[in-house]
Ligand binder design. Structure first.
Ligand code: NAD
Length: 357
């Protein structure tokens, strides 16, 4: 397969971790007989420095012309005094909307080798857990009608949660399709005991569930889900939920894995082109020091191969290499205590993964 991948390295540790992921993708391409070409574009603070704006048109055009997009991270103290609409982070919303990405896939996996990093007790975590959160990304309260008006107690601010059947079906199909490739369980999370939009959400999900008889379907209220995630995370496989509930629950589920430097994500739309990125930020405190953990970005590359290009064996190979390197005890600084010896650098960790590949 010949593929053109747009690289948005961004700021802080962005360039280091994207270079690591590219090295792993190049090794994978060589091993499986593919040809991947990579074209870098500016985004975030570095784009402001060069062009005055965080998302130049050339970047949008380059991503639209690519087969898929790999992003590092944007932002840092240097650009903190930029006006709201010119901040580096604004570029993320801009590029997601330009690429029509309405789904966010966020795996939260606790690796057995990293069990000590989880804040949860051993008896809760067991042999680890592997959850996939499917979050609706372009609808709901973050995009609904908002403003100020006169209310019962004087001036008040309001935001509106609205979902159409089309939007719910679209995200629901992604969730059921994802579950079919995993252990075939979907839990839809809503607040149907209170919200009208959640009642439509639930009704639509139930109808969809009938189309996927092989998938074991359940519903849960969001307040219960927040508790269940820390009480018994192993009960979940695929979680599907709205934009705001997904925002909150995906952060909770990444926290219970204990290792922010390990977690990848994918944003997907109607086409096979997606945007893949680690869930962490640009880590300005360790930027340029070769200390960053590249695994979240390397696993984002694996997700790209799986979800955009259907290259499952190639994605498995990368994921297995990461497992083996962790099982062998190799750690970057973020994955170990200060008394546990010398950590690997970003480049050393990348080399270990490439060696196993
Ligand atoms: P952060 O995720 O960058 O860092 C939080 C902590 O985790 C820091 O101590 C950092 O050193 C550590 N960390 C993060 N990734 C790591 C990795 N791969 N390896 C080792 N350690 C890692 O969050 P923050 O400090 O709140 O934000 C820093 C900047 O990143 C801000 O400008 C913020 O707006 C931006 N940000 C960008 C994105 C994105 O680009 N998607 C996401 C979140 C934050």
């Amino acid at each position: 397969m010949e593929l053109n991948i747009a690289l948005l390295k961004g700021d802080g540790i962005g360039p280091e971790i994207v270079d690591s992921a590219v090295a792993v993708l190049e090794k994978t391409a060589a091993k499986f007989g593919h040809k991947f070409s990579f074209t870098p574009y500016l985004i975030g603070g570095c784009a402001i420095d060069e062009t005055g704006i965080p998302l130049p048109q050339e970047t949008v055009d380059g991503c639209l012309a690519s087969d898929s997009v790999l992003l590092g991270a944007v932002g840092g103290p240097k650009w903190d005094d930029q006006p709201g609409n010119n901040r580096p982070e604004k570029a993320l919303l801009g590029i997601r909307s330009a690429l029509g990405l309405f789904t966010n896939l966020r795996p939260a996996k606790l690796y057995p080798a990293l069990r000590a990093a989880s804040p949860l007790k051993d008896e809760i975590v067991g042999k680890g857990f592997d959850i996939m959160i499917v979050r609706e990304l372009t609808g709901g309260i973050y995009f609904g009608d908002r403003g100020y008006r006169n209310g019962k107690y004087g001036q008040e601010a309001y935001d509106t949660e609205a979902y159409s059947v089309t939007e719910i079906e679209r995200i629901g199909r992604v969730a059921f399709g994802t579950a079919m490739k995993r252990s075939k369980r979907v839990c839809s999370i809503d607040k149907a005991n209170v919200l009208e939009s959640s009642r439509l959400w639930r009704k639509t999900m139930h109808r969809l569930a009938e189309e996927y008889p092989e998938v074991e379907y359940s519903d849960m209220f969001v307040d219960n889900a927040a508790m269940q995630l820390v009480r018994d995370p192993k009960q979940f496989d695929v979680i599907v939920t709205s934009n705001m509930f997904g925002d909150i629950l995906s952060d909770e589920s990444s926290q219970i894995t204990g290792s922010i430097g390990m977690l990848a994500s994918a944003s997907l739309g109607e086409t096979s082109r997606g945007m893949y990125e680690p869930i962490h930020g640009s880590a300005p405190d360790i930027a340029g020091q070769n200390k960053a953990n590249p695994i979240a970005t390397i696993l984002s590359g694996a997700m790209m191969l799986r979800y955009s290009f259907g290259l499952s064996a190639e994605a498995d190979a990368i994921e297995n290499a990461v497992d083996k390197v962790l099982d062998a005890g190799h750690r970057t600084a973020d994955l170990m205590g200060s008394s546990e010896g010398t950590p690997l650098t970003c480049t050393e960790m990348t080399e270990k993964i490439i060696e196993v590949l």
